[in-house]
Design a protein around this ligand. Structure first.
Ligand code: ARG
Length: 461
């Protein structure tokens, strides 16, 4: 165990349990690339403003690149007694180039160092998830277009009771709309967090004549953060990222639930690909939708990561508190989880086979065209509320006798309302019902075609 970088005032060695409890290197070593990028920008700036000599800058830069090479090669020794990624890198730099390494930390604190590292990581993660969300969005759009062609009709549900028939393409487009907003949330968050806290120093700024605009620019940030307390003490950028993750996870979980349900024997709407399902070790017949179940289950952890960080931050006074070290694992976890789930769904959806006869049959059951009968009466001048009452009576009659609406007799229909006849009942197919829903954003093929064209334009393809 070497002497702590902060060890000056301490007379006693750190207790072993404290080392264990305090250290973050086990997880924050994931920020090594960002940490070294931040240090390279910092040392270059220290040279530019004349705080360090050109020779010192060259030595430190070369040393940092050497450390980075070791880390990339996997030959770097991460040490728990060196606590975190920042002090592991700095101590390794000192091992490599000697005492001049100690000049790197001029006009800097670990507080602004970790803040800049973590912002760099989170911004990249947000943009990466935006891209992966976009990729899935594009896949779902392709599926919508494919099924506008096949004309597959699906029962639309409310309360998980058959409500009205819809096009499968329309169902896909609902997810396209959600994913478009999800992508936007990641891009908005990335833009809002696009400020460099480097140079906030411990909390109050620094007397050194640093150039925060130079380091911000070198690191690819739009500008430096405006307030040093906020720069080192705020984590809302990570909370916002986790929030976008949570909402996306909720959407993917709903999709998962639908796929799980629709792939059951009882529904039989779709078959998931063998490549993306798993078997049972005891029941040879099983084909389990594990990917979807895990995507649904992991949403719980992704929500938890958001709630966890909100809770960590809520009681901390300005500016930095060690509590904030708890900001990272949830972000890593949500990022990793969604990265893989988005990729899995992009692979799985095009390989999913829909069973048009089953979905059509289900869409036709459950009196799904009852609204269309009421609309027919209302178009003939019957007030809609009265038409609703009449058709409700017919549905009651049909369901008590185990029939569908089109199986009612002419006499029964006429008795319910003189304008009704078997002729009307026969036109109430699911296809007619779908064709009729021409309102903007409705499920009529023309509307879905327009929505697909708009979505293509929005995707820039
Ligand atoms: N490992 C710390 C973290 O992740 C780095 C900042 C520590 N700063 C301090 N003053 N103890 O938050």
């Amino acid at each position: 165990q070497d002497k702590k970088l902060w060890g000056g005032r301490f007379a006693e060695a750190t207790a072993e349990l404290v080392e264990l409890f305090n250290a973050s290197v086990g997880f924050d070593q994931r920020l090594a690339e960002q940490d070294i990028r931040g240090s390279l920008a910092h040392v270059a700036m220290l040279g530019q403003v004349g705080i360090l000599s050109a020779g010192e800058v060259a030595q430190i830069t070369e040393g940092l690149n050497g450390v980075l090479a070791d880390i990339r090669a996997g030959s770097f020794e991460w040490r728990l007694d060196r606590e975190d990624v920042h002090m592991n890198v700095e101590a390794a730099l000192r091992d490599r180039i000697g005492p001049v390494a100690g000049k790197l930390h001029t006009a800097r604190s670990r507080n602004d160092q970790v803040a800049v590292d973590f912002r760099l990581f989170t911004k990249e993660a947000a943009l990466d998830l935006a891209d992966k969300t976009r990729a899935l969005r594009s896949v779902m759009l392709d599926e919508a277009e494919k099924h506008l062609g096949t004309g597959v009709i699906l029962p639309g549900y409310t309360h998980l009771q058959v409500a009205q028939p819809i096009l499968l393409a329309h169902w896909f487009m609902a997810y396209v709309a959600m994913l478009e907003r999800d992508e936007g949330r990641f891009r908005d968050a990335a833009e809002r967090m696009d400020e460099s806290p480097l140079g906030s120093s411990a909390l109050a700024g620094t007397p050194w004549p640093i150039d925060r605009f130079a380091t911000a620019g070198a690191l690819g940030f739009a500008r430096p953060t405006a307030n040093s307390l906020d720069g080192v003490g705020s984590r809302d950028f990570a909370i916002e990222f986790l929030s976008a993750c949570a909402i996306l996870a909720a959407h993917l979980s709903r999709l998962s639930e639908e796929l799980i349900l629709y792939s059951t024997f009882e529904f039989g709407f779709l078959t998931l690909p063998d490549s993306h399902t798993t078997g049972s070790s005891i029941m040879p017949q099983k084909k389990n939708p594990d990917v979807s179940e895990l995507a649904r289950g992991k949403a719980g952890r992704v929500f938890g990561n958001l709630m966890g960080l909100l809770t960590v931050v809520k009681g901390t006074p300005l500016a930095y508190n060690k509590d904030l070290q708890e900001d990272k694992e949830g972000v890593f976890d949500s990022y990793d989880t969604l990265s893989i789930v988005l990729r899995l769904y992009a692979e799985m959806m095009p390989k999913t086979v829909w069973h048009a006869e089953k979905t059509r049959e289900a869409a036709a059951r459950g009196y799904s065209t009852a609204t269309d009968v009421a609309d027919f009466l209302a178009r003939s001048g019957v007030p809609f509320r009265e038409a609703h009452e009449v058709v409700g009576g017919l549905v009651g009659l049909a369901s008590r006798s185990g029939r569908q609406l089109w199986e009612l007799t002419d006499a029964e229909l006429k008795a319910a309302h003189p304008l009704l006849s078997a002729e009307v009942a026969r036109t109430l197919t699911v296809e007619e019902s779908v064709r009729g829903r021409q309102s903007y954003g409705g499920t009529a093929p023309e509307q879905v075609a327009r929505a697909i064209a708009d979505a293509r334009k929005a995707l820039g393809a």
